[in-house]
Structures are given as structure tokens and as C-alpha cells.
Design a binder for this molecule. Structure first.
Ligand code: GDD
Length: 311
């Protein structure tokens, strides 16, 4: 690596903060430029990735050695509410970043963070964990936008940009918005324990099966990739390979509750269309990056309870 900076877009979000920590500990000398749509603590510069001029200016100014492009929507149902906005942020934003990189910092590496959601219907075709060869078959606007951007990044790789495309599966950890299932259930449980909420837990579709990782394992894969030779459009699933149904997850959370709770099924939490089972095969990341998830789900859950009970 040169002494040119590493730019992170979407650095003010849940994953961004963990990525900064991981980069700082693995590469203490690295200069990090943390950008986010809004200036907030931990963010060096405001950057709206949907604004091509702003992106050009930033890339021209810093000529980064690498860009971690995290800026995105992250809550799947948001994209169904405003699909145009989802495509603007996910597709147009990614195109702006890749174009600026190729124009103003052509030897820069770009890490694109996509999603396992892109496989969509392909998950239903087999019980085996899906690898990167599975067909992109999105089922919702979030997934289509991520799939379109993922393909576009492949095109930029052909055009000479050093791109890596990550397809991470569900990840959880400190700082995640409690709109997502794990922090949401934990916050309801702790609110009930502390008398701030009813002795109940509202839930959506409990039969969905997902593949959960600790966010620190995910960002460790991102940092390891940076320490590998230049990228040529590689695609890497980041997955645990361990299926867990949301009802099993709920059981593990309720086991830790300090008071009895009634489970209430809430129709507004059930999505019109979603992937019934999403499990990933990350063999390629395991071999290319010499990576594997290290933090057991139980440990992450315990930490999240501790944090929530302290707040
Ligand atoms: N949020 C939420 N709230 N989800 C619930 C609830 C609930 O009350 N009850 C059941 N679920 C189910 C959802 O229907 C879904 O099947 C699963 O729990 C996980 O939901 P989320 O935590 O909202 O995550 P996601 O799977 O939709 O998407 C996450 O993972 C993707 C990668 O696999 C997000 O982090 C995406 O940004 C990411 O791309």
C-alpha cells in the first residue's frame, strides 16, 4: 500500500464504524477518509454519492489508494417503499464512485459491498449453501438494485478498475439499527425487563432462515482483501454457512430474558415477498483471503444484551 488514503463511503453507518476500527488496528499507518451523507461523529467529510460532482471532487482531491464503497440503503423494506431512491443510492451512487475512481485515481482499488439478497429465488433451487456461481435472481427492489450495481462493478473491472465485489450475508453487532431483527428483538426484551415496554415481543416471519455473522468477522474479510494482490472483479460471498431460523434465534434471545414474555405475531412486520432460506458458501473467501468467521453467534448475542442493558 502507498501512503495515499483509503476512502470509505457510508462510513457513518453500522458497518463503516467497525471497518474503521478494523483498518486502524490492522494498518495503523493508513490514512482513512471517512465519508458519509451527513457529517456526524467519526465522519471526516460529507459526501452524497448520488452527486457525481461531489464524488469527482473528492476522488480528485484525495486520489485514494482504495475505496470501500459502503454507502447504501441497508433495510430491505425501505427499497420497496421508494424504489427510485433505492436505485439512485445503490446503482447510481456506485456508478459515480467507480467512474470517478477510473477517471481520477485509475490505479485505485474499489471494494463494492453488495448483498446475498442478489441470489433471491436461486436460494429456493437447492438446500445447499449458495456459492458465487449461483444465478442472480432478485426478489425485491433492494436486491435488484444491488444485483444491478454488482454487475456494473463487474463491467468496471473489465474496463480496468481494480474491483472486488463482496456479497455478505446477514451481519449483526454493536451499533446496528434496531429495525433489523436481532437488535429489534433484543431491544423489546430489554425494554420489557426494565419496565419500559410491555411484557411482550412483536415478531414478523419466524420461519425465514438466515446465515448470520458478527460484523467484526465481516469487516475482517474486507481488510484482508486489501492486503491481497490487486483485484480483478472477484466476487466473494461472506457467510457463516450456518443456517438458523428466525424462530430458533428468537428462542436463544428469549432464553436470556429476565422476565416472561408473550410472543405477538405482528402482520405489519411480515414482508409481502422474501427469501425463505438464505445460506451462503464462502469457500472462496476462505481460500482466497484465508478467512473464516471466528466469533460465535452466542457471543455476539451476549454482547448485544450487555450493551442494551447498559443503555
Ligand atoms: N427486521 C425484522 N423485524 N425482521 C424480522 C422480524 C421483525 O420483527 N420478524 C421476522 N423477521 C425476519 C425478516 O422477515 C427476515 O427474514 C429476517 O428476520 C432478517 O431480517 P433483517 O434483520 O431485517 O435482515 P434482512 O435479511 O432483511 O437483510 C439484511 O441482510 C442482508 C444480507 O443478507 C440486511 O442487513 C441487508 O442490508 C443485507 O443485504
Amino acid at each position: 500500500m502507498t501512503d495515499r488514503p483509503i476512502v470509505i463511503t457510508g462510513a457513518g453507518g453500522f458497518v463503516g464504524r467497525h471497518l474503521i476500527d478494523a483498518l486502524r488496528s490492522a494498518m495503523p499507518q493508513a490514512v482513512i477518509v471517512a465519508t458519509s451523507a451527513r457529517l456526524r461523529s467519526g465522519v471526516d467529510q460529507a459526501l452524497d454519492t448520488t452527486n457525481a460532482q461531489q464524488v469527482d471532487e473528492l476522488v480528485r482531491t484525495f486520489a485514494p489508494a482504495a475505496i470501500f464503497h459502503l454507502a447504501s440503503l441497508s433495510f430491505v423494506p425501505d427499497a420497496d417503499i421508494d424504489p427510485e431512491a433505492a436505485f439512485r443510492v445503490i446503482l447510481q451512487g456506485s456508478m459515480n464512485v467507480a467512474r470517478s475512481a477510473l477517471r481520477y485515481s485509475p490505479d485505485c482499488r474499489m471494494a463494492f459491498v453488495g448483498s446475498s439478497e442478489v441470489y433471491g429465488k436461486s436460494f429456493s433451487q437447492t438446500d445447499d449453501p449458495l456459492d458465487e456461481g449461483a444465478v442472480l435472481n432478485p426478489l425485491n427492489y433492494y436486491a435488484s438494485a444491488k444485483a444491478a450495481a454488482d454487475l456494473l462493478m463487474g463491467q468496471f473491472a473489465h474496463m480496468g478498475l481494480a474491483v472486488v465485489r463482496f456479497r455478505p450475508f446477514n451481519h449483526i453487532g454493536a451499533g446496528q439499527s434496531n429495525r433489523f431483527v436481532v437488535p429489534n428483538f433484543i431491544s423489546q426484551i430489554v425494554a420489557a425487563e426494565q419496565g419500559r415496554g410491555p411484557a411482550e415481543i412483536k415478531v414478523g416471519n419466524l420461519s425465514a432462515v438466515r446465515d448470520f455473522l458478527d460484523v467484526r468477522d465481516v469487516v475482517r474479510a474486507y481488510v484482508l482483501a486489501l492486503q491481497r494482490p490487486a483485484w480483478k472483479g472477484e466476487i466473494l460471498n461472506i457467510a457463516s454457512g450456518q443456517p438458523i431460523a428466525v424462530f430458533e434465534l428468537l428462542d436463544r434471545l428469549i432464553e436470556r430474558a429476565r422476565r416472561p414474555l408473550t410472543i405477538i405475531s405482528s402482520p405489519d412486520r411480515v414482508r409481502a415477498v422474501e427469501i425463505p432460506r438464505a445460506v451462503g458458501d464462502a469457500s472462496r473467501a476462505r481460500s482466497v483471503l484465508d478467512w473464516k468467521p471466528l466469533i460465535p453467534l452466542e457471543e455476539t448475542i451476549d454482547e448485544l444484551f450487555n450493551l442494551e442493558r447498559r443503555d
